[in-house]
Design a protein around this ligand. Structure first.
Ligand SMILES: Nc1nc2c(ncn2[C@@H]2O[C@H](COP(=O)(O)OP(=O)(O)OP(=O)(O)O)[C@@H](O)[C@H]2O)c(=O)[nH]1
Ligand SMILES: [Zn+2]
Length: 375
């Protein structure tokens, strides 16, 4: 679903409404102008500065850094330092330090991918404060998928942002919604969980509060979770999808731009990109430990420090399973995501590869032993 759009010319922006802060201001290099990246387009960036929107090319410093490591390439949500060139247009001189980042493929250390990104490690969005994990209470005939919530919450922690789970389309699930929310809270310890119905306006205002202080959010979730509908509801009607923008090259050209950084009329911003929409397919790592903090805590009480929780004596994890304290589904989910995280790490870090192959052999053996042939 797309956003409704009225076109408007951007002439000026209060940068604090885009999330600019004194902390960031302190990091701005002398002689540069701050701007936030609204979209990346074929090796150039659409940025919003205090004097409006500009299409800027990358300067030598950015090109050099990103040829050594594509993660250094600007991405949506980045704060960047612009330099005014003698001919009167800006160039993107530096990407300012990121507070959070969604990175696909892990951080590459030795990539020669250059400007293409080369799939070697690509930043999908930066400086995202709030990560809404949208999971519909009902998805056609299925109930909310707790495993998917765990995966996306892990990704959210991994990014450095704060996850907030939204059980969307709550109107489809009138009876037993409280039970569902209770299950979700178990699946996402330490994470706020709310029911939302964008159609009925329920929970939308509450979700909006997370964006106060001009915070930036993304909404992760499966197709059909109601992400676009929620963005529109947060915007109190319709937000801009495309926009006529006066090109900054002084020729007065108008280009239609799909903005991926969407300022909401009531304050706050939402980043919405195809990459972020597909992110559930990408890697997870340390975030897994955080989303399964309950199991990690149990594991610390196992008799053996290297307990594999597969039948060792004094295993607190299996004890909790037996007593019903730990749902079996959750243990299975934890194992699955751990394997995936390890595999992803191995893909992106050649140094670890050999070691991981050995671990994989062990895992395969274990899986054969337990009669399962799929991770
Ligand atoms: N019953 C109900 N339906 C909703 C709600 N929110 C969205 N929908 C419907 O769910 C469908 C999918 O909503 P979208 O907002 O397009 O979902 P999306 O997550 O953006 O999906 P993609 O664009 O495929 O990623 C649409 O038909 C919406 O009208 C809700 O709160 N309640
Ligand atoms: Zn154990």
């Amino acid at each position: 679903m797309s956003f409704d759009l009225t076109s408007a010319d951007l002439t000026s922006f209060d940068l604090t409404l885009l999330g600019w802060s004194e902390l960031r201001a302190a990091e701005l290099p002398d002689g540069t102008v701050p701007a936030r990246v609204a979209r990346i387009d074929r090796g150039a960036a659409e940025v919003i500065a205090a004097d409006g929107q500009h299409h800027v090319k990358y300067g030598a410093r950015v090109r050099r850094a990103s040829s050594a490591d594509p993660v250094a390439l600007p991405c949506v949500g980045d704060w960047v330092a612009l330099k005014l060139l003698p001919e009167g247009r800006y160039e993107l001189d530096q990407v300012m330090p990121r507070t959070t980042a969604f990175i696909r493929g892990g951080v590459s250390r030795d990539s020669v991918g250059g400007l293409s990104g080369d799939g070697q490690g690509q930043v999908l969005a930066a400086n995202v404060d709030i990560v809404f994990v949208a999971e519909p209470s009902m998805h056609s005939t299925d109930f909310a998928d707790l495993g998917r919530i765990e995966r996306l919450v892990a990704l959210a922690w991994e990014s450095g942002g704060t996850p907030v789970v939204l059980i969307t389309k709550s109107d489809l699930f009138e009876q037993g919604l409280d039970d569902l929310l209770a299950d979700v809270r178990v699946a996402a310890p330490g994470v706020a969980v709310h029911a939302v119905s964008s159609l009925q306006g329920e929970g939308v205002e509450l979700a909006g509060h997370y964006l106060e202080g001009s915070r930036t959010a993304v909404i992760l979730g499966p197709s059909g979770a109601g992400k676009s509908t929620l963005v529109n509801a947060l915007a109190g009607g319709s937000v801009m999808e495309t926009q006529h923008v006066r090109a900054a090259d002084g020729r007065g050209r108008h280009t239609t731009v799909h903005r991926e950084l969407i300022p909401l009329p009531g304050g706050g911003l939402v980043i919405d990109t195809p990459g972020i929409r597909r992110i559930g397919l990408y890697d997870i790592g340390e975030g897994v430990d955080l989303v399964f903090s309950d199991i990690e805590a149990l594991a610390e009480r196992c008799r053996f420090g290297d307990c594999g929780h597969t039948g060792e004596p004094g295993c607190a994890v299996l004890d909790a399973l037996e007593s019903g304290e730990l749902p079996e589904r959750r243990l299975t989910s934890w194992r699955k995501l751990q394997r995936e995280a390890a595999w992803m790490a191995s893909r992106t870090d050649a140094r670890l590869r050999k070691e991981q192959q050995n671990k994989w052999k062990v895992i395969h053996k274990e899986m054969r032993r337990s009669g399962r042939n799929r991770p």
